[in-house]
Design a protein around this ligand. Structure first.
Ligand code: ADP
Ligand code: ASP
Ligand code: MG
Length: 455
């Protein structure tokens, strides 16, 4: 297996911090000013930026218009985006020369987008469209720092960030190229780069999937063996439940890498699912902070494990459950192997699995090859498929057999559970429910597990 860990890192790259700022953090001039104040402390650092909030969603919608041959709708969206950016540039850049230079750069991008609306759709074109948000935000922010007299340099992510054919970061390439781009700007104090965007193994523009700027930050962190990676966002750290669905949530001060990885993978939107992977091996801490409230403690993710018991709940939607029933399963060894081989053939990973004497139930979140999978399984079993399922994941250190976990089973009388996975690891209990029951289930779990409802 490829190791994230490196032994040699040039001295000029060691011990820097990597700070990533998300969409809201660069989403307005006021917030960009907050970012400037946070990063301008005199120490050399890498700053990774997302696109301004809302931009990538609009670019996704524009790409869809291209796919569906709706150029008028696309042009309308591009014009609105253009107007929004020019207003922001006027507010941000009072220096006339820098203002004109930035508008010229932005105009090139909007012209590219307009030209794209009449082209034939391809995945490559979509990826190029999606890349424009980060290119815009970093150019604007770098120019803003220049205007404010701060020594900054822009490192183009497409000059160093690359994924391989398995869509994993090509670490050897990234390390070599990163050193080259940074060496080209030795005098700068703050290095700004785009999150999310990268090249693929053929050199075409690609990306690290939605929310991927977090991943960019930890990949860079691993490559330079950063002292710390900080993810600055619009909330004061990882909360114990999803604040979009549950009212009474609170930030968690410490998480282990494993706990954070489980929560990110199972739907805690504050972190891209793979964020923790690059830095776990080297024990590089990841700190989650709030750009709008920098004094708040946030969450520290590190190799330390703190107290036992359930710490947080996350939910992952768009899950498909597959029940595989076979009379021949009874006492037949090799049955599960056959089942797994089908999923392996279609490169589809399984999240949850439960078995009984006559059936196996499992879940997948990537249903692109569902029809083929079902058809292969039907050669030796009867299949039932349930879409629109949600995995609720309870995470903490040593939660299996922990004294507080019994409360979980008390609430089972109140919520409908399709599957339950207990004991797979000591740090995770997963429940599969119908997505319609998600809101009630998250709230009930919150009341019972964290709000000390008497049972
Ligand atoms: P950014 O644009 O900075 O990357 P995101 O929107 O990707 O920000 O992530 C932050 C959001 O994640 C929060 O505003 C919050 O609504 C959502 N979120 C979901 N689950 C959690 C959680 N467990 N803790 C904190 N935030 C969460
Ligand atoms: N701008 C990208 C997105 O919206 C990447 C990110 O925000 O992390 O998905
Ligand atoms: Mg994000």
């Amino acid at each position: 297996m490829y190791s994230w860990s490196y032994t040699f890192v040039p001295n000029n790259l060691r011990n820097m911090k990597v700070l990533k700022f998300g969409g809201t953090s660069v989403g307005s001039v006021k917030n960009m000013e907050n970012v400037k104040n946070i990063i301008n402390d005199g120490s050399k650092k890498i700053v990774v930026l997302s696109a301004m909030s809302g931009t990538t969603n609009t670019l996704v919608a524009i790409a869809k218009n291209v796919l569906e041959k709706e150029p008028n709708e696309a042009v309308d969206k591009i014009n609105k985006l253009h107007e929004h950016y020019f207003v922001t540039i006027d507010e941000l850049l009072k220096d006339v020369e820098l203002n004109v230079k930035t508008k010229a750069y932005a105009s090139e991008i909007f012209n590219f987008l307009l030209n794209s609306t009449y082209k034939d759709y391809s995945q490559e074109l979509e990826n190029k469209i999606l890349a424009q948000g980060e290119l815009l935000s970093t150019f604007m922010f770098n120019t803003y720092l220049n205007q404010e007299g701060i020594s900054a340099a822009l490192l183009p992510a497409l000059d160093f960030m690359r994924i391989n054919s398995a869509k994993d970061p090509d670490l050897f390439y990234i390390k070599e190229k990163f050193k080259t781009v940074i060496d080209a700007a030795p005098e700068a104090n703050i290095y700004i780069t785009q999150g999310f965007i990268c090249l693929d193994e053929k050199g075409a523009v690609s990306n690290l999937q939605r929310g991927g700027s977090d991943y960019t930050a930890t990949i860079i962190g691993a490559v330079i063996k950063a002292e710390e990676v900080q993810i600055w966002t619009d909330i004061d750290g990882m909360h114990n439940n999803d604040p979009r669905y549950v009212e009474k949530t609170h930030p968690i001060s410490n998480l282990s890498f494993d706990e954070a990885a489980e929560l990110a993978y199972f739907g805690a939107k504050i972190l891209h699912p793979q964020t923790v992977l690059p830095v776990r091996e080297d024990g590089i801490p990841v700190r989650l902070k709030n750009t709008m409230a920098p004094e708040a403690l946030g969450t520290l993710i590190s190799a330390e494990t703190s107290e036992n018991g359930i710490k947080a709940i996350a939910a992952k939607d768009n899950i498909t459950a597959i029940k595989i029933k076979s009379g021949r399963m009874l006492q037949a060894h090799g049955f599960l192997k056959k089942v797994f081989e089908v999923f392996e053939t279609y490169e589809t990973s399984i999240d949850m699995i439960t078995t009984s004497e006559v059936a196996v139930s499992l879940t997948i979140d990537d249903d692109r090859n569902l029809d083929k999978i079902v058809s292969d399984l039907e050669e030796f079993a009867t299949i039932e498929v349930d879409k629109s399922q949600t995995i609720i994941c309870l995470v903490g250190h040593s939660i299996v057999n922990h004294e507080s976990t019994f409360k979980l089973f008390k609430i089972l009388q109140d919520v409908k559970i399709r599957m339950i996975s207990y004991g797979g690891s000591r740090n995770n209990i997963s429940l599969l429910i119908n997505s319609n029951d998600k809101l009630t289930t998250l709230n009930k779990l919150n009341d019972y597990l964290f709000e000390l409802v008497t049972l």
